[in-house]
Design a protein around this ligand. Sequence first.
Ligand code: ZN
Length: 205
Amino acid sequence: MQKLIEGHRKFLAEVFPAKKSRFRLLAEGQSPQWLFITCADSRVLPDLILGTEPGDLFIARSIGNVVPVTSHDVDGVTATIEYAVEVLKVPHIIVCGHSDCGALKAAIDRKRLESLPKARRWLDHVGAAFAHKQPLNPADGESAELAALIRGNVVAQLGNLRAQPAVEQALAEHRLTVHGWYYDILTGRIEEYDEAAEKFANLGS
Ligand SMILES: [Zn+2]
């Protein structure tokens, strides 16, 4: 725990004073422009890789960056999506998968989930990734199969996202855009899914 305590001391001594005016505004409310749906993985740091600041990103995280198919069950991700769209009125939602994702490794090798009843049920939602598996990219080397499936999961979850009632309505009213991203930990690069071309390309290219 010492690392965290020291980190917080440093934040209070250095970071907070430098951003004090921003925190004063944020103390009274937020108006984030992006809902960022990503994996719980410790290697995915949205603010670090996107240059965003406190107040910028509304974030929903879970293993496998899952958007559950609409059902009568309540879960943290779909509740967060509903709040972001209906209350915060975010104009963009991004679903961001990442390289070396353990959730997709488990989808390939279900034995990994035998003793994890809750994770197993949650990761049933990534099963659709197989139907959307992307072409192999030689640049991914030995991880090409896994990376193609992770990209497929982004496409699958994007479909689930569009089917959320709040999202469906906001899209129909042209007040929302949805995006599918793949973040590569080794290179630091982000790819964006082009729905018209049905393929991933470097973000901003
Ligand atoms: Zn992951």
